[in-house]
Design a protein around this ligand. Structure first.
Ligand SMILES: Cc1cc2nc3c(=O)[nH]c(=O)nc-3n(C[C@H](O)[C@H](O)[C@H](O)COP(=O)(O)OP(=O)(O)OC[C@H]3O[C@@H](n4cnc5c(N)ncnc54)[C@H](O)[C@@H]3O)c2cc1C
Ligand SMILES: *[C@@H]1O[C@H](CO)[C@@H](O)[C@H](O)[C@H]1NC(C)=O
Ligand SMILES: *[C@@H]1O[C@H](CO)[C@@H](O)[C@H](O)[C@H]1NC(C)=O
Length: 638
């Protein structure tokens, strides 16, 4: 922390206007400090290379919102780091507006959610939370830590012919991540202090055929929560169905993420300069040779420069600067900003670049295509009585927040830190649906005492506004839709790009792709309802009765459930917009070593690199590819 201050404050605060940085020179420049850029920049510096890590946001690790796992919803609305990015699920706006989360802007950063907007409001689409911060989205995500499937890696090996992607070889990079990352599940003693909540969890286990004897329900639940979905000893793990704990990026009840690794790299004296509050506007190239060569970046120093930040309204204009990279520039700005920055720098589909009068450095038609995500869907119920675990939790960090007090007063014993030492989603059903293409798990159905209906302005307040809601919420993995796009809306780097997902039948329909995805979601809703009905078989635990709110008890026919899925589904694992691919694939943006094709000294390392969305969650695969990229760069091809 001290060292970081030393590096950043003299540059930004003590000499704000006149001294534009221009003579900076490094071996490597990494743009973006999230799951992709953070580990990589740290490893390059630890390898002895003078490295610059440029990050739009600031260090928020002293902010309670990024430390207390129970604030995982509030943190996404914290103006200190949030970016309000809006996306289209459907091109057809009539259809898009069937989603109750569809949002209109009534004044700058003031929103109306749902139908009947006031006159003159601007349609914005669906909120897609992102963060600007040291650590990127990792200090504001939901902490869920699920490692990818073996086939995710083997498929890249097959696609590219690069055997270093085979899962046997990729294991070493997960081990590298565990050198700096802590993970742990929610402590079962926190859960079993709330019998009505335990009642839902044993019911979930029952829905997966593992329900304990009601007379022995609590012990049974504790045993079941020992099931680790990331097991490194079960060879059939990727296809093992059942009831599991949810591992979190947490250490003794505090959130952990790559920020800690970046900061320890600096404090241990490795040659890493972290330039926070600095936004890269362009990659520079030397075009004198036959192949364009990345030589550095243009940036602006300043806080909250990007217009997706509500604080940009009051931010001062940035101070321009530039930095040179003797070896390489690596872009890790995330699945939306990476393709945007490439395009603004002249790397992308020629037609689109010409439309915006951007000089073409390299015509690469795949940049900003192939955008993928998962589909998520909830079943929400409301109880007659509150969940005991949430008693005193106000989720607002004020002195009256009893749950914060409990978390603060018991720093060493996880089980005594209470509701805030969990993200609230402590257990999951893992399912291989009837629509899966192989034996891998493709549904995770999470349970928690939260009213979670997806992301919209104000979602965090609604999620915990009362203490009587419970949700089974599904994440459909191994989705098949590759149709999404990230396109420029302007040449202003501080504007968000235009993001279209083309959900379901608007997107990939080959071989019934859309019907299979929606079919799996409908199956998940039915399993969620099975879990809800099993709840009453464990009445001995004393939980109160409930009413289903979404989709609602009258919504039962398959076609109605399909319509519900299409109306309200959302995602938050945007990826695959600068994909690795085969040499002869004109849509491939990167080779198997993260190099931008047709350009020297430029790589991409973040959620954008995947040809196909990996596993069930995305942070773990991104951390892993970041470690792989560091190995490839430091030690060359194998
Ligand atoms: C609400 C929410 C909950 C989530 N929950 C989970 C979860 O529980 N588990 C899970 O596995 N995943 C989760 N995710 C997803 C996961 O956190 C992200 O997908 C992941 O962090 C993406 O990593 P990345 O490196 O591609 O991009 P990011 O982590 O977004 O990092 C990109 C960084 O680049 C910076 N940047 C962008 N453009 C520039 C520029 N031009 N100049 C300088 N800096 C720039 C940004 O400020 C940002 O810090 C969640 C995401 C959200 C939004
Ligand atoms: C945490 O986030 C909430 C928004 O959800 C915000 O109101 C609050 O001020 C933030 N807390 C801190 C310490 O920044
Ligand atoms: C957890 O966070 C608290 C409050 O920020 C801090 O005092 C404590 O040392 C942290 N514990 C660990 C294990 O990091």
């Amino acid at each position: 922390m001290q060292l970081l201050n030393l590096i950043i404050f003299p540059l930004l605060l003590l000499s704000p206007v006149s001294t534009a940085a221009t003579h900076l020179e490094y071996d490597y420049i990494v743009v973006g400090s999230g799951a992709g850029g953070g580990p990589l920049a740290s490893r390059l510096a630890r390898g002895g290379h003078k490295t610059l890590l440029i990050e739009a946001g600031s260090d928020q690790s002293d902010n309670l919102n990024t430390t207390v796992p129970g604030y995982q919803a509030s943190v996404t609305e914290d103006p200190a780091l949030r970016w309000d990015i809006f996306v289209n699920h459907y091109k057809d706006q009539k259809r898009a507006q069937r989603d109750p989360k569809y949002t209109w802007e009534t004044a700058p950063y003031q929103y109306h959610v749902g139908p009947n907007p006031p006159e003159g409001a601007t349609p914005r689409g669906i909120l897609y939370p992102r963060a600007q911060a040291l650590g990127g989205c990792t200090p504001h995500n939901a902490l869920i830590w699920i490692t990818p499937h073996k086939s995710d890696w083997d498929n890249i090996a097959k696609l590219t012919g690069d055997e270093s992607w085979a899962h046997e070889n990729m294991d070493q990079y997960l081990k590298k991540v565990y050198e700096w990352l802590y993970t742990e599940p929610t402590d079962p003693t926190i859960l079993i202090n709330d019998l009505p909540l335990a009642q839902h969890y044993v019911a979930g286990a029952a829905a997966s055929g593992q329900g304990p004897d009601p007379l022995n329900a609590v012990d049974g639940l504790v045993n079941l929560l020992a099931n680790d979905p990331n097991s490194q000893v079960n060879p059939a793990r990727d296809s093992t169905q059942g009831f599991f704990q949810v591992p979190l990026t947490m250490n003794a009840g505090n959130r952990t993420d790559v920020t800690d690794f970046i900061k320890s790299t600096v404090s241990e004296g490795f040659p890493l300069d972290v330039r926070t509050n600095a936004y890269v506007t362009k990659i520079n190239f030397d075009q004198s040779g036959s192949t364009p060569k990345a030589t550095g970046v243009e940036f602006q120093d300043g806080e909250y420069l990007h217009r997706a930040s509500p604080r940009s309204l009051h931010s001062k204009p940035g101070t321009p600067g530039s930095a040179k990279a003797k070896k390489e520039v690596i872009i890790s700005a995330g699945a939306y900003n990476t393709p945007q920055l490439l395009k603004l720098s002249g790397i992308g589909p020629k037609k689109e670049l010409e439309k915006f009068k951007i000089p073409v450095v390299k015509d690469l038609r795949g940049v900003g295509t192939n955008l993928m995500d998962r589909y998520e869907i909830p079943v929400n119920v409301q109880h007659k009585k509150d969940f005991p675990i949430l008693k005193g939790c106000t989720f607002d960090e004020k002195p009256h927040d009893e749950c914060l007090k409990k978390w603060e007063q018991n720093p060493y014993i996880l089980g005594q830190r209470g509701a805030y030492a969990t993200n609230g989603l402590a257990a999951t059903l893992a399912v291989n649906s009837d629509y899966a293409s192989d034996s891998n798990i493709d549904l995770y159905i999470f349970g928690g005492p939260i009213n979670f209906q997806g992301y919209f302005p104000g979602w965090a307040e609604q999620a915990v506004a009362d203490h009587s809601h419970f949700s089974w919420y599904t994440l459909k993995a191994h989705t098949r839709n590759h149709a999404g796009t990230v396109e420029l809306q302007s040449t202003d780097p501080f504007d968000q790009p235009r993001i279209n997902f083309y959900y379901f039948d608007e997107g990939t329909t080959k071989d019934g792709a859309d019907d299979k995805d929606v079919g799996a979601i409908v199956q998940a809703i039915k399993i969620s309802r099975k879990a809800l009905s099993e709840y009453y078989n464990y009445a001995i635990l004393g939980g109160s009765s409930f009413e289903e709110e979404n989709p609602g008890k009258d919504v039962t026919a398959d076609e109605d459930l399909e319509q519900y899925a299409k109306d309200v589904a959302w995602g938050h694992h945007a990826s695959c917009t600068a994909p690795i691919g085969a040499k002869d694939d004109p849509n491939a943006v990167l080779d198997s070593e993260f190099r931008v094709r047709g350009v020297d000294n430029l790589r991409v390392v973040d959620a954008s690199v995947f040809p196909d969305i990996p596993g069930v969650f995305i942070t773990a695969p991104i951390y892993i590819i970041s470690e792989k990229a560091a190995d490839v760069i430091l030690n060359g091809s194998k």
